[in-house]
Design a protein around this ligand. Structure first.
Ligand code: NAD
Ligand code: MG
Length: 403
């Protein structure tokens, strides 16, 4: 058989791996892959938010050097579970930042929300390889984040399935060869619901994603289509694509993850069964490929793949995301902060489903002074994020009655 590989294998020695957000959906899938080939990796740090018992189990199973739980109330439980194992423990925000700084060759950034921004930046500043699941980092602090990536010559590999797909089909292409990139969206559980029905949607219905099993925030974001809005901003920053080069296509089967239109009329797409281990593996094996035991795509079994344009009337999140994209500056910071507040308010049953996007829009409306700011530092971003959260919270009572 003809072999085209001439360069040496990229990863000879065990690679030092850290997972920020190890107890989450992406974190667990990452460790599933690591555990299947344990001799190839040395696990440095694992972090979790509150689930101390699960973090301890993972730390023991993967022989981590360090386990950090962010919530200090959960520290005693972590210490008890890891007593006598020799695994170092710590808790709190500073400890999380220290974990992200522990020298590692590959770091998975899988904390959810803007809470992941500072730890992810610490990881990026190591100048090694950061696998980025946390899309909120880019939505909220895109320009500053990408400048840090460039400054430290960090290899930044997207883990979001659509962005991993985009990287796969654009790999090696010159920027002027690309005309347009379509991110696909399943459409979520309410794809065919009326606005009237969505107004009454309950938490458990919003959390029933048709194809993907994920953490609750991203699952809710998929139901409002905010997730695809966040992903437009994510793609803009990752690939330096102009707003008019980015679009969304509803594809309920979640088998095609991204379509890239080239200037000669060719369209290249990436396909796989909806299982996050495929995009995670792409970032883990980079620049090679690795074996992944996912279900293989069976197109004969799937039969029909369908595509449709998103409905802007029923899903206004995409229009809002486009406005955010065009506005630039701090619009992404405000958009993301308001969405985090609105999502939490929905989970606390303070507002109804349709009020999520309405609250984000209302926050953007009263925060023109914030969105116009150009942040010079991460501290500026976090200050704008905090102020935007306050404004969103101040609007909550106005939306509470609409449930
Ligand atoms: P998740 O809720 O399942 O897990 C989040 C992880 O972050 C957990 O380990 C949690 O303990 C930790 N965490 C939460 N709040 C924290 C805080 N304040 N401080 C420190 N740690 C905290 O989320 P997930 O579904 O794994 O998603 C993680 C990120 O990846 C999100 O940004 C999401 O949009 C993105 N993503 C997820 C998927 C998926 O399939 N789950 C797909 C694409 C992108
Ligand atoms: Mg995605």
């Amino acid at each position: 058989m003809l072999s085209i590989r001439t360069e040496p294998r990229a990863h000879a020695a065990p690679r030092r791996i850290s997972v920020l957000g190890a107890t989450g959906s992406v974190g667990e899938s990452t460790l599933d892959l690591i555990g299947r080939n344990a001799a190839s990796y040395r696990v440095v740090a694992l972090t979790g938010g509150r689930n101390a018992s699960r973090l301890a189990e993972l730390a023991i199973r993967h022989r981590a050097q360090l386990a950090v739980i962010s919530d200090e109330h959960c520290y005693a439980e972590l210490c008890a579970a890891l007593a006598g194992t020799g695994i170092e423990t710590a808790s709190g925000n500073e400890a999380l930042l220290d974990a992200a700084e522990r020298p590692a060759d590959w770091i998975m950034a899988a904390i959810v929300g803007v809470a992941g921004l500072q730890p992810t930046l610490r990881a990026v500043r190591q100048g090694t390889c950061t696998a980025l699941a946390n899309k909120e980092c880019l939505v909220s602090a895109g320009a500053i984040f990408m400048a840090e990536v460039a400054r430290h010559s960090t290899t930044l590999l997207p883990v979001d399935s659509e962005h991993s797909a985009a990287l796969q089909v654009m790999r090696g292409a010159a920027p002027d060869e690309i005309e347009k990139v379509y991110l696909t969206a399943s459409g979520g559980p309410f794809r065919s619901w009326t606005r009237e029905a969505m107004a009454e949607a309950r938490i458990e219905q919003a959390l029933q994603h048709p194809n993907w099993s994920m953490g609750r925030k991203v699952t809710l974001d998929s139901a409002t289509l905010m997730n695809k809005g966040l992903e437009l901003l994510e793609a803009h920053h990752l690939f330096s694509l102009a707003p008019e080069q980015l679009d969304v296509l509803i594809h309920p089967q979640s088998m095609v993850h991204c379509l890239v239109y080239y200037r000669d009329g060719s369209v290249l797409a990436q396909m796989s069964c909806p299982d996050m281990r495929t995009p995670i593996a792409y970032s883990l094996a980079w620049p090679e490929r690795m074996d992944v035991p996912t279900k293989r795509l069976d197109l004969a079994e799937a039969g029909t793949l369908t595509f449709e344009a998103p409905d802007p009337e029923r899903f206004p999140a995409l229009r809002l995301a486009r406005q955010t994209l065009s506005a630039g500056r701090s619009a992404g910071t405000v958009f993301n902060a308001a969405n985090e507040v609105a999502g939490e308010a929905f989970f606390e049953e303070r507002i109804g489903f349709l009020a999520i996007v309405a609250l984000v829009e209302a926050t953007m409306d009263i925060a023109a002074d914030l969105t116009a700011l150009t942040p010079a530092s991460v501290d500026d971003v976090l200050a704008i994020d905090a102020e935007a959260r306050q404004r969103a919270l101040s609007l909550l009572p106005r939306f509470a009655s609409r449930r």
